[in-house]
Design a protein around this ligand. Structure first.
Ligand code: GLC
Ligand code: CA
Length: 559
């Protein structure tokens, strides 16, 4: 397998609006990020994924871009951005930008032109279909509720939007549009960035099926599901790679909901020259019921193990995956897959151990490294996310759901769980801003904050540092082959990674109970050394190695 910096690095994802506010307007910004680079350096991460900072009316917090070549006023200026890039490079970190090219904002000049007339030179930059005044071209839903089609008075036709109605989808079948996108991509690469995260990239090819109806009341009605992984996607990505990306030493990660490992290989196999890695969603679906995201069902460790094993074996030596358990679109991982009360520290470290010992590139989402948790705001007024607000309004006003049930689902699943301001210290507003934050801070900041974490040698933060350091020191962590130890049944999750004569053994106890660890006969613990454990002093205490404590995570090395 070819060695690459983006396989060996650790990505840290910044959601700028909530990271650090430098000027007291309550909104995180670029200068705020610059001021926190030493913190990230200390953590040891080497690649930063910056969520969108381009000009945007912020219908979907920057994922609706109105000018690809300028910076959002609230975040600062292009000069600030250049300083951020310089400073990161100076510290030995790389920057990847979020590239949102499935759609633009409805305020993008292309769309303003496109909607102005059927004869506009830009008409075909977007996807327009006839319908009748009160019937959409078909029954597809947008991802955030409501129809995927919006009627536009000016020309009496509908445009397609897989996300909000202020995010019209681009028409990738148009070679002129593609040319403009590639030019813009080159423009950013020439500024010296180190790559891109490509938003919803497996949905860009819409194909001729645009007018098909989908079965009523099935989750399948989300139009996006119908567009994913169409054959032309690969043609487009390969074209972009040939025409631009291949000229630079960069990493690209494609956000690809719904893909299988076979698709993953098509996107990331080196010889196909499309993307460096994918960002797939299977673990994010473990608690999703038949009616979609808000239909919450319990997740099971057996399903998690099956999914991880499938992907580890499926991409081994053929492709490359991203490893994550949360991001700006998902609840906090310790609340979702761990225990955010009694065993918050232990389970946060256990989940981190999992992510940092699998094959793929690990992603740390801001605040994860200090064990930030979900938030349960009392009032819908405290929420900001368009998806959450739409769900609330559709749920209560159109579907007649009980507001209590709706709020309960929001507490578990809202994207705002991950978007509350970063908790830096125990001063007012968690040290995030001197003004009024754009969204309330999670009230647990007096206990959970970066300052406490940095000073406590046994903290989650300091455990992440060790995990990241281990990745740098041991090639087996990056390149080793994965093997599940099937004999160790849930709630234990035990596996090995092997590379030449190095072998790693990882044992995780996903429960609040003590558990016996019974390994197969060919694994002799005596010949391994314990190199990391989430219970302090476990190494010295020399307690029975066969007993795993609640949420205990151990990494052994055989050399
Ligand atoms: C991606 C982003 C999400 C955004 C959506 C539309 O899924 O991660 O935040 O809302 O695309 O751009
Ligand atoms: Ca600010």
């Amino acid at each position: 397998m070819e060695r690459k910096w983006w396989k060996e690095g650790v990505v840290y994802q910044i959601y700028p609006r909530s990271f650090m506010d430098s000027n007291g307007d309550g909104i995180g910004d670029l200068r705020g990020i610059i001021s926190k680079l030493p913190y990230l350096k200390e953590l040891g991460v080497d690649i930063i994924w910056l969520c969108p900072v381009y000009k945007s009316p912020n219908d979907d917090n920057g994922y609706d871009i109105s000018d690809y070549k300028d910076i959002m006023d609230e975040f600062g200026t292009m000069k600030d951005w250049e300083e951020l890039l310089d400073e990161m490079h100076h510290l030995g970190m790389k920057l990847i930008m979020d590239l949102v090219i499935n759609h633009t904002s409805d305020e993008h000049p292309w769309f303003l032109e496109s909607r102005s007339s059927k004869d506009s030179a830009y008409r075909d930059y977007y996807i327009w279909r006839k319908g009748s005044k009160d019937k959409e071209p078909n029954n597809w839903l947008g991802c955030f509720g409501g129809s995927a089609w919006e009627y536009d008075n000016a020309t009496g036709e509908y445009y397609l939007h897989l996300f909000t109605k202020r995010q019209p989808d681009l028409n990738w079948d148009n070679p002129k549009l593609r040319g403009e996108i590639y030019d813009m991509v080159r423009w950013w690469l020439d500024k010296g960035i180190d790559g891109f995260r490509l938003d919803a990239i497996n949905c860009i090819s819409k194909g001729p099926e645009t007018l098909e109806e989908l079965p009523q009341d099935s989750i399948e009605r989300w139009g996006g599901l119908h567009f994913m992984d169409k054959p032309l996607v690969h043609h487009f990505l390969h074209e972009m790679n040939e025409r631009v990306l291949s000229e630079y030493d960069i990493m690209t990660v494609g956000e690809t909901p719904g893909v299988t490992p076979e698709d993953g290989i098509l996107y990331t196999a080196e010889e196909r020259k499309e993307l460096s890695m994918i960002f797939q969603f299977e673990l994010m679906d473990l608690d999703v019921g038949p009616k979609g995201k808000w239909d919450i069902v319990p997740w099971s460790l057996d399903d998690m193990k099956a999914s991880i094993t499938k992907w580890q074996l499926g991409l081994q030596e053929k492709g490359w995956n991203s490893l994550y358990l949360n991001n700006h679109d998902q609840p906090r991982m310790v609340s979702r897959f761990g225990n955010d009360t009694t065993y918050r520290k232990e389970s946060a470290k256990l989940l981190a151990t999992l992510i940092h010992t699998l094959q793929g590139t690990p992603y740390v989402y801001q605040g994860e490294e200090i064990g930030m948790t979900n938030v349960a705001f009392e009032s819908i007024e405290q929420y900001r996310d368009i998806e959450t607000l739409n769900y609330y309004h559709y749920g209560i006003h159109e579907k007649g759901l009980d507001p209590k049930d709706v709020m309960r689902a929001i507490h578990i699943k809202s994207r705002d769980n991950a978007r509350t301001p970063m908790q830096w210290d125990c001063s007012r507003n968690a040290g995030f801003t001197s003004g009024t934050p754009w969204m309330d801070v999670n009230p647990n900041y007096t206990e959970i904050n970066a300052k406490n974490e940095i000073h406590d040698p046994d903290s989650i933060f300091n455990y992440y540092k060790k995990l990241i350091g281990m990745r740098k020191a041991l090639p087996v962590v990056v390149y080793g082959k994965f093997e599940l130890i099937e004999q160790c049944k849930s709630p234990l999750f035990v596996y090995t990674r092997s590379l030449e004569n190095q072998k790693l053994l990882v044992a995780l106890n996903f429960s609040e109970d003590k558990r016996q660890l019974k390994l197969p006969e060919d694994i002799l613990l005596e010949s391994y050394s314990l190199i990391l454990c989430n219970y302090a002093n476990r190494l010295e205490r020399n307690e029975s190695a066969n007993l795993m404590l609640p949420y205990e995570a151990r990494i052994y090395l055989l050399e």
